[in-house]
Ligand binder design. Structure first.
Ligand SMILES: N[C@@H](CCC(=O)N[C@@H](CS)C(=O)NCC(=O)O)C(=O)O
Length: 194
């Protein structure tokens, strides 16, 4: 059984979405977390994440943390759902590249944006993100072409919190609008606070 350790309106909400997309059986354990905005909450002893954060996923006793790792783990575990190209698929390389770029390049800059301590490197990251995403989404509906994937979930869920990291542009509005019509997202949002 999969157990998602979750806190409402946080980075774990995206995994409600992915798990709903996958049609995977799972249970949710809602835990408290420290939230620096508002200085509320606290590390929850019931949360197995080594840093007291969410998301954390337990799969029959195996702990997986970090959004990009959880996305890859889940799409590999349920390949039939077609939400992440598997080894041997020519799209595996682009898929891994988007996941690693999300975690290694974009996340640190977005944290700086939230903490209002952006420097020139962060601004360069948003510029290159804008260039790269625009080229991709002008020619295809999703990051990997015609097929929606967990990579879209990572980026879109971040954009839902930090739309200001990219300039206004129809290509982004259309991408977010396409995602917002997905029934799995509606189911996830209904469970987010439940
Ligand atoms: N790099 C981690 C970031 C996880 C993270 O920062 N989660 C926030 C919630 S959105 C959290 O748990 N904060 C509580 C804390 O840092 O103590 C990931 O993507 O999974």
């Amino acid at each position: 059984m999969l157990t998602l350790f979750h806190a409402p309106r946080s980075r774990s909400t995206r995994f409600l979405w992915l798990l709903e997309e996958l049609g995977a059986p799972y249970e949710v354990r809602t835990v408290d977390i420290y939230r620096s905005f508002g200085n509320t909450g606290a590390r929850d002893p019931a949360n197995p994440h080594p840093h007291g954060q969410v998301p954390a996923l337990l799969d029959d006793g195996v702990l997986i943390t970090e959004s990009a790792a959880i996305a890859l783990y889940l799409t590999d575990k349920f390949p039939g759902a077609g939400l992440g190209p598997t080894v041997g698929d020519p799209l595996r390389g682009p898929y891994l590249s988007w996941l690693a770029y999300y975690a290694g390049v974009l996340e640190p800059s977005v944290v700086n944006l939230w903490k209002q301590r952006q420097d020139d490197e962060d601004k360069k990251t948003y510029q290159t993100l804008d260039d790269r995403l625009r080229v991709t989404l002008e020619s295809s509906p999703w990051l990997l072409g015609d097929h929606f994937s967990a990579a879209d979930i990572l980026f879109i869920s971040l954009l839902q919190f930090a739309r200001q990291m990219l300039p206004p542009h129809a290509v982004y509005d259309d991408w977010l609008a396409r995602a917002s019509t997905r029934p799995a997202l509606a189911r996830a949002l209904a469970k987010d606070d439940a």
